[in-house]
Write a protein of this length. Structure first.
Length: 178
């Protein structure tokens, strides 16, 4: 099992694909791929899933998805993501998701928090001064390969909100639609 950690920022594809290229050049056999399906950065999740699907097609291996919130250490904790107008809340107990991730209004945040549990977040949260933490790819892999099969999901994005379509503006007078 191999894990590379890097800050992605706005340059996710170039760093990710250079890491994948160097790994593929080692010639190691890959039987299974595990990919975090979210919740998380919309673009980051989609890029990671696309790369994993492409690798599965090239290598002919199995592909498993897992909720990214299960990539933190410990068996019981809470994961909070800043979803702009709300928080995404995830409770993990006994190493399992208690419920699917849910969105909660910012004002309800304090009522959901269980102070005895560790809280992890890859976001800077104003409501809780804490260090940013990201899920561990190697921990996700270990959980999928050694634990209950119920952790496995299809390798499709875990969306928290329905996708929306931006309606285009009306064309300026005198311009023809193509």
């Amino acid at each position: 099992m191999r894990e590379e950690v890097f800050a992605s920022g706005r340059n996710v594809p170039s760093r990710l694909f250079s890491i994948l290229q160097s790994f593929l050049q080692t010639g190691e056999k890959i039987d299974e791929l595990i990919v975090g399906v979210g919740p998380g950065s919309y673009s980051g999740i989609r890029i990671g899933l696309s790369a994993a699907i492409g690798l599965r097609l090239i290598l002919g291996c199995q592909l498993h998805g897992i909720c990214s919130a299960l990539g933190y250490p410990g068996d019981s904790y809470q994961v909070v993501l800043d979803a702009r107008d709300q928080f995404t809340w995830i409770d993990v107990a006994g190493g399992q998701l208690l419920t699917e991730p849910v969105g909660i209004p910012c004002e309800e945040f304090a009522t959901k928090r269980v102070s005895a549990l560790s809280i992890y977040s890859p976001d800077l949260l104003v409501v809780i001064p804490m260090e940013r933490t990201w899920p561990s790819a190697s921990l996700l892999g270990k959980r999928v390969l050694s634990e209950a099969p119920s952790w496995r999901r299809k390798a499709v994005p875990m969306y928290l909100k329905a996708p929306h379509i931006t309606v285009s503006k009306k064309p300026l007078p005198g311009l023809q639609s193509l």
